[in-house]
Design a protein around this ligand. Structure first.
Ligand code: MGD
Ligand code: MGD
Ligand code: MO
Length: 741
């Protein structure tokens, strides 16, 4: 018998539709959480350890975002379901540092004891939770509830702080609402002009590129990236513009673009008057940023700045203009202000709220949108409510059936939470769900030291990630094809994830784990392990909030109905936001003047043989995030087996670095050793490293845990490093770095 399930890809926020087809018979579990399974669907590896053929066949499914297309990661995603390295039993670390299997009863008892002991000695907030934007809405919602009610801690935050926090803060500031794309993706198809700043969709969301084709054919694509990325190449090959600024100067560049719009009379004055506030202050703030001055600060020629501004204005009058931002401009200590400057530019042109123009940010993780709405953020309650708002607290107390005082106040944003690990007043027992913080966090050496200083670390994962390897206890959980739930894609559209396969016998759903622990901790309120029951509770919890899901249910999603939030009961959802009004009281968009701040002074380079350069970090097509999943897919690893530093040939020549030679990239926080990839695609004073690799190749050993004052976003995209050939130093460097870690 063939079983098939219509679902969506496990990886990014594009959430490409796919169908999974399985020869295995899907049998209902006899007892929820414990899952007896037909032998053929759990055999993880042949006796000789070789990998078996994937249990499921993946095919692309027609859907407005991907139109049947998938990228290499999607095509190969099923190989991880029966990967021989999968964790399928709870694993406890012994005194010798080796993880050994234990039973679930013992595992849950150990966690319960660790929580109780820690809180008895150090208080409730000594237990922390770190979540992830890959969790389904149901799991993200339950994690927030579990932390606040069952653990009674305020210390919960998640990896979306590394991802969407600056764009989210800018959206809240300008529009009063944060939904990554306030319009369906397919709206881009008919645009005349699309400007993308710090986004490389050709590698990070390959099926997205088809939505750029119309603007490309019209000669209207514009990419802003210090590298000639795959997206920049696609753009310039099609007659579009590639602006290649110095890293970290996008805010200045955006002020320059706004200057041209204002001073050449290209602003949409009717729109500004009717639908915005703050225009006068923005005019004053851009006065000092005329194109020639901006050229001297950013390296982008003044004529190119004028040309870009004119194309944006021209496109708005034709098929439409869109401005899109990605992590390249947001992952900076001024990321909120930079995203604000992009929004101001779009407001000057009257793009947001227009039927065929707009501003958007490209949400990254599979449930990066839903994951930032339902309460795993330190300052948030479900429905995108503020935890400090008395009305929000009263509403949630009602839904949960607890006294309002039971709900803790705001916690610490991710970077501060991680800095507190093992500290006297900090977190001493940590739960990690769906993040590989040992690889993905800024200043990763310090984070690893923090993890090692904990009294107890519990990691829920299905692989021995670098973070799981540090754990006292690893709890094996379900993969995407083994669970039911919902995710919200980059358009704010809620989608169904469907089960196609029974999980390995020893794995458990996170909802089941939280329900059992809540019971053991004698927590108030209820903790269902059934995703649909949890979604029904989430509907009530979100009702009346910004991200209102109350009118959405599984049945309509199963019928394929499009569900864009806000979707209050009795409505038909909101594919396009802001057409008539913005979400601020008074209905107007708020323009906030922003200007560049002084950069931090970097530490002096102690190594006369090394050259100080600017490091930017980002992604490769083949690998996903910390690489915990994609480094385990043989086809992907074979194509990109290691981190390589991208460096301009002219810069490399001056340092005696040749193609493929080992390079040391260091600063006061750590050192990376990897091979050089010489490329004219990068600016000569800048180098690029992907962050998908661990240990000596881990880019985050170099990044600084400095954060944006508004969003808490760390500085992933602008760090100073000392670069030199490592030919002779390799041996020494390796020893030094492994000692340091
Ligand atoms: N293959 C793959 N796809 C993914 C992911 C993945 O890990 N791998 N992750 C998903 C997630 S969670 C996210 S958030 C998205 C991220 O998707 P993107 O935002 O597209 O990804 P990045 O590679 O981090 O950054 C994009 C570009 O920003 C540029 N950049 C760096 N510094 C600057 C700067 O100062 N200014 C400007 N203008 N540009 C700069 C980089 O050169 C890079 O080409 O991708 C999603 N899709
Ligand atoms: N230098 C640098 N660092 C960066 C970035 C950058 O551009 N440069 N980008 C940042 C961004 S945008 C992001 S989003 C982060 C992401 O980085 P991470 O937070 O590390 O994300 P992943 O690598 O996806 O880690 C997810 C982990 O959870 C597991 N997992 C997957 N699904 C589930 C699930 O449903 N439940 C549980 N319990 N586990 C699951 C996976 O096996 C994996 O080990 O990295 C950030 N770090
Ligand atoms: Mo992300």
């Amino acid at each position: 018998m063939t079983k098939s399930a219509d679902t969506h890809c496990p990886y990014c926020a594009l959430q490409c539709a796919m169908t999974l087809t399985s020869p295995a018979v899907l049998t209902p579990a006899s007892e929820p959480g414990s899952v007896p399974v037909p032998a053929e669907s759990v055999a993880l590896a042949a006796a000789d350890g070789t990998l078996k053929a994937p249990l499921l066949e993946v095919s692309g499914r027609d859907f407005p975002t991907n139109r049947g297309g998938l990228c290499r990661k999607g095509w190969t995603s099923a190989t991880l379901l029966n990967h021989p390295g999968r964790v399928t039993e709870p694993l406890l670390k012994g005194a010798d540092g080796v993880h050994r299997p234990i039973g679930w009863d013992q595992a849950l008892a150990l966690v319960t004891t660790a929580v109780k002991d820690t809180q008895a000695r150090y208080g409730k907030d000594a237990v922390g939770v770190f979540g992830g934007g890959g969790l389904t809405n149901e799991k993200a919602y339950m994690l927030g509830k579990f932390a606040r009610l069952a653990l009674g801690t305020s210390r919960i935050d998640y990896n979306g702080r590394f991802c969407m926090s600056s764009a989210a803060a800018a959206g809240m500031r300008a529009f009063g609402l944060d939904r990554g794309l306030p319009f369906p993706l397919a709206d881009l198809d008919s645009a005349s002009t699309i400007m993308m700043l710090g986004s490389n969709v050709a590698e990070t969301m390959p099926p997205f590129v088809q939505h750029l084709q119309g603007a490309r054919d019209a000669g209207g694509l514009i990419v802003v990236d210090p590298r000639r990325s795959a997206t920049a190449k696609f753009t310039s090959d099609g007659g579009g513009l590639h602006l290649q600024p110095l890293p970290g100067t996008d805010l200045t560049l955006l002020l320059g673009l706004s200057h041209v719009i204002i001073h050449e009379g290209l602003a949409d004055e009717d729109f500004i008057a009717a639908r915005t506030t703050g225009y006068e202050a923005v005019v004053r703030s851009v006065n000092a940023f005329w194109p020639e001055r901006v050229q001297s600060l950013t390296g982008v020629p003044a004529e190119l700045i004028r040309d870009t501004a004119r194309r944006l204005a021209d496109g708005a009058g034709k098929g439409g203009s869109y401005i899109l931002t990605g992590r390249g401009v947001e992952q900076h200590v001024d990321g909120t202000d930079t995203a604000t400057a992009a929004i101001n530019l779009s407001l000057l042109l009257g793009l947001p709220g227009s039927r065929r123009s707009g501003y958007g940010t490209l949400t990254g993780q599979g449930n990066g949108q839903g994951g930032r709405e339902h309460g795993q953020k330190a300052d948030q309650l479900p429905g995108y409510r503020k935890i400090t708002d008395p009305a929000a607290r009263a509403h949630m107390a009602g839904v949960w059936g607890v006294p309002e005082e039971t709900i803790p106040g705001p916690g610490l944003p991710a970077v501060q939470l991680l800095k507190s690990l093992g500290q006297p007043d900090g977190v001493r027992c940590l739960f990690v769900h769906a993040s590989n913080i040992a690889v993905a966090s800024p200043d990763a050496n310090a984070v690893i030291a923090g993890l090692r200083s904990l009294d107890f670390l519990v990691v829920c994962d299905f692989f021995m990630s670098e973070t799981a390897a540090e754990a006292d206890l690893i709890l094996p959980v379900l993969q995407w094809a083994e669970e039911e739930g919902t995710l919200t894609n980059l358009e704010g559209r809620v989608l169904r994830r469907r089960q196609a396969l029974q999980p390995p016998a020893g794995a458990r759903s996170e909802l089941w784990i939280m329900a059992r622990l809540a019971e053991a901790l004698e927590a108030p309120s209820t903790y269902s392990e059934d995703p649909e029951t949890v979604f029904e509770e989430l509907r009530l919890a979100s009702a009346g909030g910004h991200a209102d899901y109350s009118g959405i249910d599984y049945a309509m999603l199963d019928r394929g109905e499009a569900a864009y939030w806000p979707y209050p009961v009795g409505s038909t959802g909101t594919p396009r936001l802001f057409l008539d009004t913005f979400a601020h009281a008074g209905g107007k968009a708020v323009m906030t003047p922003v200007t560049p701040r002084r950069r931090r002074t970097p530490a002096a380079n102690p190594d006369p043989a090394a050259k100080t350069m600017t490091l930017i970090t980002g992604r490769l097509l083949e690998h996903y995030q910390s690489g915990a999943q994609t480094r385990r897919v043989s086809e992907l690893l074979a194509t990109q087996p290691e981190a390589k530093i991208q460096i301009h040939p002219a810069a490399a020549a001056g340092m005696g670095i040749t193609e493929g030679a080992f390079v040391s990239v260091a600063n006061e926080r750590g050192e990376v050793l990897c091979r050089a990839e010489l490329s004219t695609a990068i600016r000569p004073e800048t180098v690029f490293l992907p962050f998908h690799f661990p240990e000596l190749e881990s880019a985050n050993r170099l990044t600084e845990a400095a954060t944006d004052p508004i969003s808490g976003m760390p500085e992933f995209k602008f760090n100073k490093v000392w670069v030199r050939a490592a030919a002779n130093g390799l041996q020494n460097s390796v020893l030094q770095t492994s000692e340091a870690s």
